[in-house]
Design a protein around this ligand. Structure first.
Ligand SMILES: *Cc1c(COP(=O)(O)O)cnc(C)c1O
Length: 395
């Protein structure tokens, strides 16, 4: 039996022990508010920007919604619980969350990021922070000797993203965190693709986790939001809170409400999407017109062993490279009917994207690569759609 099959079974059967039975309940109940008779079962949305003070004039517990508000606090509390952190900071987008982390750096600080980091994260360091005196180096995080060589000089922050975008490279979170900590660097992991359902980087040694909530946590392609979750209560956490509340890139109460609702179904959605992704990956791996499939659940994937060690399932993202180049890849994307040809990922609907079109020209993403975000449609129908699209382009 292949590991992808194994993963599918794990997705179908919570008795394998991979998926703790309490996870579904924890997510559904993460937002349980008032349990008194007559209290609403769905949490109320508080649109107020300002809150009454006590007679002594003190805020109790909220006073102005940029600083805190009930729906944002409820979302942040749930993220703390699900990522096993100590504090969470919600932001207006995933990139506002990564920017907040970089804003804690000082002139002269050196940052290490993956060579295929989400391109917006790289552009923040390369363009927005180009006058800040912050240096950054890109490296393949799966090449530990390269990382060790970089860490011979002082590094302030090591940034991981695993599985990576769009090549699905798997970084060994424990090992990289250990190497970075030994050199005094802080360690942050972009956990957007795995979600806290599949992977909990804070338990594997990271100091912070960053999410584009826009993707799986929101889950319906209708909210733009980000989040940082930390462990500890040190000066750095305090600084992140100041960047959130004084920098002011915060999400609205309605956005937080939507994200909290999406979060409740996250484990169920992840299991279903991962099961279909495993089927699509197996199909593509066996098709001669697809020259390469990157999916951490396939035994041929170089990161498969690490993925199965640090993730409960291999995820619902995959990339395939088709025979030919840009023209063939775009033709296949255009011929798909169930997959919407659009950017982003993590929604209920499956998406396909030609990444080389949207990424900067120096990203190195192959022209024949298509990235698939597997949604909640029937897995057999998704496979049939890919099969039909490939037949159209390679008759
Ligand atoms: C989408 C994404 C981001 C950026 O998030 P936004 O919500 O679009 O700002 C960062 N990292 C990863 C891995 C992403 O997929």
């Amino acid at each position: 039996m292949t590991v992808a099959n194994d993963a599918r079974n794990a997705a179908d059967d919570s008795s394998t022990g991979r998926q703790r039975p309490s996870v579904d309940t924890a997510y559904v109940h993460a937002h349980r508010g008032d349990t008194a008779p007559g209290a609403p079962v769905s949490p109320p949305l508080f649109m107020s920007t300002t809150f009454r003070r006590t007679a002594e004039g003190f805020p109790a517990p909220h006073f102005y919604s940029r600083i805190s508000c009930p729906n944002r606090s409820a979302f942040e509390d749930a993220m703390v619980m699900l990522e096993h952190g100590s504090e969470a900071f919600a932001f207006a987008s995933g990139l506002a969350a990564s920017m907040a982390v970089f804003q804690t750096l000082r002139p002269g600080d050196h940052v290490v990021i993956p060579d295929d980091a989400y391109y917006g994260v790289r552009l923040q360091l390369q363009e927005l922070l180009r006058h800040s005196g912050i240096r950054f180096t890109r490296t393949d995080m799966t090449d530990l000797s390269a990382l060790r060589a970089i860490l011979r000089e002082p590094v302030a922050l090591v940034w991981m993203e695993t599985p990576s975008n769009p090549l699905l490279k798997v970084t060994d979170i424990r090992v990289v965190a250990k190497l970075a900590h030994a050199c005094g660097a802080r360690v942050v992991c972009d956990n957007t693709w795995a979600t806290p359902v599949l992977q909990q980087p804070l338990l594997l040694g990271c100091d912070a986790v960053v999410h584009s909530v826009t993707k799986y946590i929101g889950g319906h392609s209708d909210v733009l939001m980000g989040c940082v979750v930390v462990r500890g209560h040190d000066e750095w956490c305090h600084e992140l809170r100041r960047i959130q509340t004084i920098g002011g890139a915060v999400p609205s109460p309605a956005t937080c409400w939507m994200a909290s609702r999406g979060m409740q179904t996250l484990p169920v959605r992840m299991r279903a999407a991962c099961a279909s992704a495993a089927r699509v990956a197996e199909f593509c791996a066996g098709d001669g017109r697809v020259v390469d499939v990157s999916y951490p659940g396939l035994p041929v994937h170089p990161g498969q062993v690490i993925a199965m060690d640090q993730m409960s399932l291999p995820g619902a993202m995959l990339s395939m490279r088709v025979r030919g180049g840009r023209a063939e890849a775009l033709a296949v994307a255009g011929a798909l009917k169930l997959f919407a040809h659009a950017t982003s990922l993590g929604g209920v609907e499956s998406l396909v994207e030609h990444r080389a079109t949207v990424e900067p020209s120096d990203s190195g993403t192959p022209e024949n690569l298509l990235r698939l975000s597997i949604g909640l449609e029937d897995g057999d129908e998704l496979v049939a759609d890919i099969d039909a699209a490939i037949r159209t382009v390679y008759p």
